[in-house]
Design a protein around this ligand. Sequence first.
Ligand code: SF4
Length: 376
Amino acid sequence: MKTKAGIYVHIPFCKQACSYCDFHFSTSLKTAEAVTEAILREIQQQPYFEGNPGIQSLYFGGGTPSILPMRQLGPIVNALEKKFGFADLREFTLEANPDDISGANLSLWRSLGVNRFSIGVQSFFERDLRYMNRSHSAGEAADCIKRAQDTGFSNLSIDLIYGTPGLSDTEWLQNLEYAAALQVPHLSTYALTVEENTPLWAHIRKGRQAEPREESYERQFAILQNFLDSRGYEAYEISNSALPGHRALHNSAYWYGLPYYGFGPSAHGFDGGRTRYSNIAHNVKYARFGSLDEIRSSEDLTETEQMNEFILTRLRLLEGFRIAEFRERFGPEHTETLLQKITTPAGEWFIHDVGSVRLDKPYRILADGISARLFF
Ligand code: SF4
């Protein structure tokens, strides 16, 4: 079967800066027109990956893509279709903030071909939203989900954050129960982490905001796992869960090492082999580029890096990885070494079925740390 590819477009603008966020974005829309023009140039100049794989998923992330008007979003989608063709396109996700999801916008986005939304809800408690400096209210979060569903969009994902200082275990469960009651089929759930140089980091250092409750992470992760099991959600990746048939195609492609093109400031791309590229995370410099080499840096992953990345991504997945796939890619010697590391001394972390390895449930929250211990 011919490999398929994804496309990621980074829209680096937001209405308001969420205090915990370390993604690349600007709250000034002054460069929006110029950045849009530059994305169009970038699409035009992009060489096809080997074999020109068909595009199966399109993902507009950011930043906040829902902030862009149709006169800017529309030409980007058209340029992508003209360049790559959408005959194989199955999933078109737009990240949207609740306060942008109006009836009028939903119709416009439908006309563009959007068939899935990833909505940055984060919490249904007003106190948490204020702590995170989100631009929307708890009421808007619930209303926008119903509005999208009433307009026929059933393929929705919402982001929810746990570990905020005020969030009790009962409230965390209430957030999850509410999402299930709203029939949201896909949940992306994250522990609140304080990244350096974010406003939250600065406020905590100055004593203006309370620190996230790290001691609650493990407990609230366990509450999450029990909730997912009881409601029929599959925790198919450590931070992503879905009702049957609603796994995210685009994100799954990242974890399985499939190729994806990335456009826009700070976007990354991967050719599905060993070459990765990343774009400059600076709107003004990006907007002025003439040729791709002015904004891109590429790296060829070494075999060691490829093996480590394989371990890191696959151990985050419910299914883990097939030993035969590792062997086919990296040879019998490395496979033997990996299996030895898995068996001793940390065998209890893993479920080592015939032919595959995955993390046992209680250890999934530690997936990244455990992977690091298996690195070559
Ligand atoms: S809306 Fe998203 S990208 Fe923008 S500041 Fe908030 S978390 Fe960051």
